[in-house]
Ligand binder design. Structure first.
Ligand SMILES: Nc1nc2c(c(=O)[nH]1)N[C@H]1C(S)=C(S)[C@@H](COP(=O)(O)OP(=O)(O)OC[C@H]3O[C@@H](n4cnc5c(=O)[nH]c(N)nc54)[C@H](O)[C@@H]3O)O[C@H]1N2
Ligand SMILES: Nc1nc2c(c(=O)[nH]1)N[C@H]1C(S)=C(S)[C@@H](COP(=O)(O)OP(=O)(O)OC[C@H]3O[C@@H](n4cnc5c(=O)[nH]c(N)nc54)[C@H](O)[C@@H]3O)O[C@H]1N2
Ligand code: SF4
Ligand SMILES: [Mo]
Length: 707
């Protein structure tokens, strides 16, 4: 196969210093400025004081993000496994020929769906869009899904069902400052979106109230006016219980319910079964706290409930989010100024990543792959026959579960470290090992690439152009601010090179990210997430553009649902939801609740942050949080080594004894792999609607390691 001339996707502008771009990590997408190299070996990063979301603030991950760029562990040469199973360097041509010929051979032998693709909410909109197109057009496989399934899928599904559209926040983050009441449910923003706390600090300083529901007195809970230390897995009962109190105290907004919603009667009938005594038994939250929380939310002129993964990553995550939405609809808050329901999107492009067709059932712009009119619209832009598009494929966990002989024999991974981030890892690992072909595109090796046959080294965030959509639905520009090392290529170029070898290179021949974005705009025109009116120039002038933006004259949509919801009748839908047991509940054998989450210093699977010295020094190992009462019973002190055992595995942690956690609950972060992986313990019980795994609840037992 003859090499195609590389596309000049990374051209450092003459004057890169001071160019505005965004942090590579989370959905807050803080504005950053790349400063001068102060004699060290990396450029200096500072917060962009003019970007209106972070106002110049950054967290420690943002401050240290430049360390990823010139990193000594950065992979710069394509790699293939040799006969002994060791990596050997290869040329790009050799590696790409190997990947494409293997994919073709597998397709010819077993059918197109044998090739799997796994994407990411870390990818720019352009990459996410082209990854979906690559799977459907170049590989003709139905089997593409992505790590957003682990992240936003429950809140996304519930918002789509309730409001007709899923945009994480219905309004700019800064509106939080003006909300009299804010309730954060299963969201530890002080650690996971630190610069967001400035809006809540101002909100409280102006007399507003902050309520936090979490099984741990987290850094966020510590600054709340009211802390509800909820039992893991019982948020749905908590929300229904709050609605009970609202109905009983006549705090619901009947005019709003009649004028803007449907389905309340069935919800009222169920909520009335959640009297405070029952709710206290289920959730651990006393009646006085329930009443206080509802009064603050209901009597405030403006109030909002914001959910995070704590309430969503459950096998009843979708119903739990419905319960929170029901509450805010019943209080008449959704679509009102500085009010409503929102979910705090997690990954850098967690929002855009879920809109443009990486999901198994989805095409760009939130179009659905099973809807004929949607297939036709996208097929036209792609220049293919609609009947040539595959149908709906497997969701992330199901896709990973079917890896190996008899199922999906090849996996192309772009932007996820599944060998750390997926649940029930002891089941996944042999499946990864049994693949005929595992390709990882990344800048660093990680626990997933340890099983790969091919490693394709790619550019990082600061080395290429593109757009990201932050947690507010604001489409922003990622800009080139650093020169890439020799060797790596853009993900966009990888698509083009592979597609060429698969016979459709012309459909991926974009000379710039902007030209790929312009095709994305056409593919989303008229769709629910309509980007057709967003241009690179407009993003520049407006500090980002909020979708939907259906024409070039349109300035974007910062606030949603003010007049109508996105359902055909313009109304929001209540969903009658009942508390139910988790995939596994504690029992005599495994009597404790185990839940997982994050440290401020590390990011997700840790693939990036575990390479940054400053972050590793601050947070070198995962610690198991345990209440003093439980610790005493097991003769555990801070620093003791303890074994946590679930039905699936045993993991050893160092204990951190803290009164901040419930006595029936243990917590560990999931940022580490290998034998310290929290996900060895978690289960793949899935939500029936979103197919979200139950990361936030497993039944475990504890033993002190004998020394
Ligand atoms: N520092 C840092 N920031 C990040 C990330 C990171 O890895 N590190 N990742 C980004 C991404 S991808 C995401 S998705 C977001 C996630 O952001 P968050 O949702 O804030 O993060 P988590 O720590 O996973 O979970 C939040 C809280 O849920 C609590 N919790 C556990 N079980 C339950 C429960 O049953 N009910 C309730 N109410 N709470 C529960 C945990 O104790 C935890 O404090 O963060 C983003 N920002
Ligand atoms: N137990 C437990 N497990 C969880 C969670 C939990 O709370 N508890 N949270 C879940 C959630 S919310 C999430 S989002 C997942 C996240 O977990 P993962 O899906 O593993 O995501 P990251 O760790 O962010 O991995 C991103 C990888 O992509 C690479 N990367 C970043 N940008 C690009 C790019 O532009 N191109 C390419 N080719 N590569 C790129 C990085 O170098 C890194 O190796 O974990 C989930 N797993
Ligand atoms: S809050 Fe998120 S976007 Fe902002 S600096 Fe920290 S990791 Fe980066
Ligand atoms: Mo996430």
């Amino acid at each position: 196969m003859s090499a195609i001339p590389p596309i000049p996707l990374s051209t450092l502008p003459e004057q890169a210093l001071g160019v505005r771009t965004h942090c590579p990590y989370c959905a807050f997408q803080c504005g950053i400025l790349m400063g001068e190299d102060l004699g060290g070996d990396m450029p200096r990063v500072s917060g962009d004081p003019h970007f209106p979301v972070n106002n110049g603030q950054l967290c420690i991950k943002g401050w240290s993000s430049a360390a990823l760029l010139q990193h000594p562990q950065r992979v710069t040469t394509p790699q293939l496994r040799d006969e002994q199973g060791s990596w050997r360097d290869a040329t790009w041509g050799e590696a790409l020929d190997f990947v494409a010929s293997k994919m073709i051979a597998l397709r010819d032998q077993y059918g197109a769906d044998v090739n799997g693709v796994f994407g990411s909410g870390a990818l720019t909109n352009e990459k996410a869009y082209l990854l979906g197109k690559f799977a459907r057009v170049a590989l003709s496989t139905a089997n593409i899904d992505y790590n957003g399934r682990f992240c936003m899928s429950s809140a996304g599904a519930a918002q789509t069902r309730a409001f007709g559209l899923d945009r994480g926040l219905p309004s700019p983050a800064a509106d939080g400052e003006h909300a009299e009441g804010v309730m954060l449910v299963g969201a530890n923003t002080a650690d996971t979106l630190p610069p967001m706390m400035q809006w809540f600090d101002r909100q409280k300083a102006a007399g507003g109230r902050l309520i936090v529901a979490d099984p741990r007195r987290s850094s966020t809970a510590r600054v709340a006016n009211l802390f509800l230390q909820v039992t893991p897995g019982t948020d749905l009962a908590l929300a229904n219980g709050l609605l009970y109190v609202a109905i009983e105290e006549r705090l619901t907004d009947e005019q709003y319910i009649t004028g803007r919603t449907t389905g309340f009667d069935a919800v009222r009938a169920i909520a009335l079964q959640y009297h405070p005594a029952r709710v206290e038994r289920l959730t651990g939250i006393p009646e006085a706290q329930l009443r206080q929380a509802v009064r603050w939310l209901a009597t405030a002129h403006s109030s909002m409930v914001l959910t995070g993964r704590g309430t969503e990553q459950h096998s009843k995550g979708v119903d739990s989010v419905h319960a929170w939405i029901n509450l805010m609809l019943a209080l008449g808050k959704v679509g009102k100024p500085n009010s409503g329901y929102g979910t705090l999107t997690g990954q850098g492009n967690g929002q855009g990543g879920r809109e443009h067709g990486q999901k198994a059932d989805q095409l760009p712009g939130y179009r659905l792959i099973e809807v004929d009119a949607h297939r036709a619209a996208v097929a036209q832009v792609w220049g293919v026959d609609p009947s040539a598009l595959p149908r709906k494929g497997k969701s992330a966990c199901e896709l990973l579960d079917s890896l190996g002989p008899g199922g999906i024999r090849s996996l192309f991974v772009m932007g996820s470290n599944v060998a750390v981030a997926a649940p029930h890892l002891s089941r996944l690992e042999p499946k990864l090992k049994a693949l005929d072909l595992l390709v990882v595109c990344d800048a660093f090796h990680n626990e997933t690439s340890a099983h790969a046959h091919v490693f394709l080294p790619v550019f990082q965030w600061a080395e290429e152009d593109g757009t990201m959509t932050n947690l507010e639905g604001r489409v922003i520009r990622r800009r080139i601010v650093a020169r890439p090392p020799t060797g790596p290529r853009s993900d966009l170029e990888v698509f083009h090179e592979l597609a060429t070898r698969l016979g459709c290179g012309e459909k991926f021949a974009f000379r710039t990210a902007e030209s790929a974005f312009n095709e994305l705009r056409r593919a989303t025109a008229g769709a629910p997430a309509d980007y057709s009116g967003i241009t690179y120039a407009k993003i520049e002038h407006q500090d980002g553009v909020f979708w939907p933006c259906p024409s070039e004259e349109h300035t974007g949509s910062p606030r949603m649902f003010t007049e109508r919801f996105a359902h055909a009748d313009g109304r929001a839908k209540f969903f009658a939801v009942e508390h139910r047991a988790a995939g596994e509940e504690p029992d005599a054998e495994f009597p404790l609740l185990f839940t997982t989450g994050r440290y401020k210093e590390h990011y997700n699977s840790g693939a990036q942050t575990r390479t940054v010295g400053r972050l590793v020094n601050a947070q070198p190992v995962p610690r198991l949080e345990i209440h003093p009462r439980l610790a005493r019973r097991h003769r555990v002190v801070t620093g003791s080594r303890v074994t946590i055992e679930s039905r699936r595995a045993k993991v050893e942690f160092v204990a951190e004894v803290t009164p901040d956690i419930r006595p029936d609950t243990l917590f560990a972060p999931f940022h580490w792999g290998g034998r310290s992986a929290a996900n060895l313990l978690t289960s793949a019980a899935l939500d029936p609607v979103s197919r979200m795994p139950e990361f936030k609840l497993a039944a475990v037992r504890i033993a002190k390691v004998k020394t």
